[in-house]
Design a protein around this ligand. Structure first.
Ligand SMILES: O=C[C@H](O)COP(=O)(O)O
Length: 252
């Protein structure tokens, strides 16, 4: 089963609107010849419609970094799936470890957010990953199992057809410590078989499982060469259009 490589840049809380538009503009030029790779950038909510407008007609798609699960209402400071869709996004990152760590997001909340995204046709990028202490206590698989099972609880196969799973070991995010090829391989294999067990073998075979955590031009080729790694969710190294382009062109 061939899965289209998926390379996404999560810009986190960096870049003003004009800065985001300028980076997107340069990226569009640098990547205009890239084919057969899904390229996504996820700017802040504020920049999202501006960046979406500047990417129109390009081969780069937009994602949001978060979503609230309610459709509308008195939820000060929150943004609904409908609003994100209307602003031009195709994907939404859900359950990033920074949301779990700093904003108390639980697996149950992640599940509600995925539901809200799917209902409006946004494609969810479910982020999962163990902390350093969970890895040291040999609870990596247990943690991932719970994040996937609870995060995807109650969904039918049809609903999850566009799901992307991002494995991001918390200890590798923004630290410069990339997981070793062997660690990544074992986890991605585990996740694919878990999806097979929870849903079906076909579903597991077609779902993209990407890696995140200190991905850079120097290590992306090795990571992409690992069986069951279908792409990358890139933080810091996606902020510079030239560096991010070198990641996207990992195969050249
Ligand atoms: O969403 C992206 C991840 O948090 C990875 O961030 P990083 O590439 O800066 O380690």
């Amino acid at each position: 089963m061939s899965r289209i490589p998926f390379i996404a840049g999560n810009w986190k809380m960096y870049k003003t609107g004009p800065e985001a538009v300028e980076t997107a503009r340069i990226l569009t030029q640098l990547c205009s010849n890239v084919q057969d790779i899904d390229i996504i950038i996820a700017p802040t909510f504020l920049s999202l419609p501006l960046v979406a407008a500047s990417l129109e007609g390009s081969n780069i798609k937009i994602g949001a970094q978060n979503v609230y699960f309610e459709k509308q209402g008195a939820f000060t400071g929150e943004v609904s799936a409908d609003m994100i869709k209307a602003a031009g996004a195709e994907y939404v990152i859900i359950g990033h470890s920074e949301r779990r760590q700093y904003f108390g997001e639980t697996n149950a909340l992640v599940c509600k957010k995925i539901k809200a995204a799917i209902e409006v046709g946004l494609k969810p990028i479910l982020c999962i990953g163990e902390s350093e202490s969970q890895r040291n206590e040999e609870k990596t698989f247990l943690t991932l199992d719970k994040q996937v099972s609870d995060g995807l609880k109650g969904f039918g196969l049809d609903e999850l057809k566009d799901l992307v799973v991002a494995y991001e070991p918390v200890w590798a995010i923004g630290t410069g410590k990339t997981a070793t090829a062997d660690q990544v391989k074992k986890v991605h294999q585990y996740l694919r078989s878990l999806l097979g067990k929870l849903f079906s073998k076909d579903f597991a075979d077609q779902t993209r499982i990407v890696y995140g955590g200190s991905v850079k031009p120097e290590n992306v080729k090795e990571l992409m060469g690992i069986e069951d790694v279908d792409g990358a969710l890139v933080g810091g190294a996606s902020l510079d259009a030239n560096i991010f382009t070198n990641i996207i062109n990992y195969d050249i």
